[in-house]
Design a protein around this ligand. Structure first.
Ligand code: PLP
Length: 391
């Protein structure tokens, strides 16, 4: 029965991590995986999260099931974080991290809009296509990254979205686009939302890095503008990176639909969750809820988020300066123009292979660099390696 199973082409990023771990060179550098590391190269434990944990948050007595839609206080706190003071008709459910939010959103949409296609930026996070195709969607793409300029292709995106049928779903990264690091400006977001509004399209925001580009509120601008305009939309939130809680699987899906009956909307979301994993895990969400709801921990978390963002920015400016000195004839301006953990470097397959074999610097095949893997101890080495393969 299982003799002819197709081989699973493992996630290339996780595969690269295995090769990196097996590399004996002590000064190897991993710029492949999408994890925020601190100055010491470690995944941090945020002090705000530690304080909440030490105060007992997430420490349950008996381990009971959460409701299908998740913990009520957590859902309320997430609504505040994502939408600020916006008072639209919004339903939030707790999910198994950002991936779970995308999956629940995909299943929910397939149930209510069975014929809709989804349009994704080109390029996008590789799992987007897998999740939506797996939920039965026809997956298409719209232009996003202009290779020639290394910038957002507003004209291409607008022209493509203008041709879509009403009710088509459009996947958007509100900030820190993965994998390019290229985000639309506010003026460009307005132009995109104008088309979305005129054509009656349905935005599905994937917000895995709220606070990593410019700040918690700034990064949610496009989402909040959508709600302000009364455009129905979905928002998948991940708290893996911004709370440094990767293994806890904390996330949420929000649906804004001004005319929908809230009870029925919640009912359809619960249906999607119930038949997938029944109800979400408790402990990570309890920590996030505690941090968000306690004024002191919330302020501390925001300061920690600011520090992570500042560190990534400093690594970008540092690498930009060093590469500019090493290769003055080349333009590395993309490093400082892009936001978040990732930078699309434009490195060729040959250069990426040379980085890995000659220098032990690991970068994924698309040329995406995780700047959060840089620190004061490895940045000069990475710069030398890049200058060697780019020179
Ligand atoms: N969406 C994007 C754009 C991501 O980059 C990631 C993680 O890398 C996710 C969603 C999923 O995050 P999580 O680990 O919370 O499932």
């Amino acid at each position: 029965m299982f003799d002819r199973l197709p081989a699973y082409a493992d996630d290339p990023i996780l595969g690269l991590f295995e090769t990196y771990k097996a590399d004996p060179r002590p000064d190897k550098v991993n710029l492949g995986i999408g994890i925020y590391c601190d100055e010491a190269g470690q995944v941090p434990v945020l002090e705000s999260v530690r304080a909440a944990r030490e105060a007992g948050a997430g420490a349950h007595g008996p381990s009971v099931y959460l409701p299908t839609e998740g913990d009520e206080a957590y859902r309320h706190a997430v609504r505040e974080l994502v939408f600020g003071g916006n008072t639209g008709n919004i339903v939030v459910v707790q999910t198994v991290a950002g991936t779970g939010a995308l999956k629940v959103g995909a299943d929910f949409l397939k149930g209510v809009l069975p014929d809709a296609a989804i349009w994704m930026p080109d390029p996008t996070w590789a799992n987007h296509e897998a999740i939506f195709a797996g939920a039965g969607f026809s997956v298409e793409s719209y232009p996003y990254y202009a290779k020639a300029t290394g910038r957002f292709d507003l004209d291409g995106a607008v022209a493509a979205l203008r041709k879509l049928q009403a009710g088509s779903v459009v996947l958007l990264h509100p900030c820190c686009h993965n994998p390019t690091g290229v985000d639309p400006s506010q003026a460009e977001w307005r132009a995109l939302l104008d088309v979305i509004e005129q054509r009656g399209l349905l935005p599905f925001f994937d917000m895995a890095y709220q606070g990593f580009a410019h700040g918690v509120d700034e990064d949610a601008w496009a989402v909040r503008e959508c709600v302000r305009r009364g455009i129905a939309c979905l928002v998948a939130s991940s708290f893996s990176k911004i709370f440094s809680l990767y293994g806890e699987r904390v996330g949420a899906l929000a649906v804004h639909a001004s005319s929908a009956d809230q009870g029925r909307l919640l009912g359809q979301l619960k249906l999607a969750i119930r038949r997938s994993y029944s109800c979400p895990p408790a402990q990570g969400a309890a920590l996030v809820e505690a941090v968000l709801s306690n004024a002191a921990w919330n302020a501390q978390w925001r300061a920690e988020l600011d520090a992570m963002r500042a560190r990534m920015r400093a690594m970008r400016t540092g690498l930009h300066r060093m590469l500019g000195e090493a290769l003055p004839e080349q333009d590395f301006g993309f490093l400082v123009e892009q936001s978040g953990m990732f930078s699309y470097s434009g490195l060729s397959a040959r250069q990426i292979a040379a980085l890995q074999s000659r220098h032990g610097v690991y970068v994924v095949g698309s040329g995406r660099i995780c700047v959060a893997g840089l620190n004061e101890s490895n940045i000069a080495r990475v710069c030398e390696a890049l200058a060697d393969v780019c020179g």
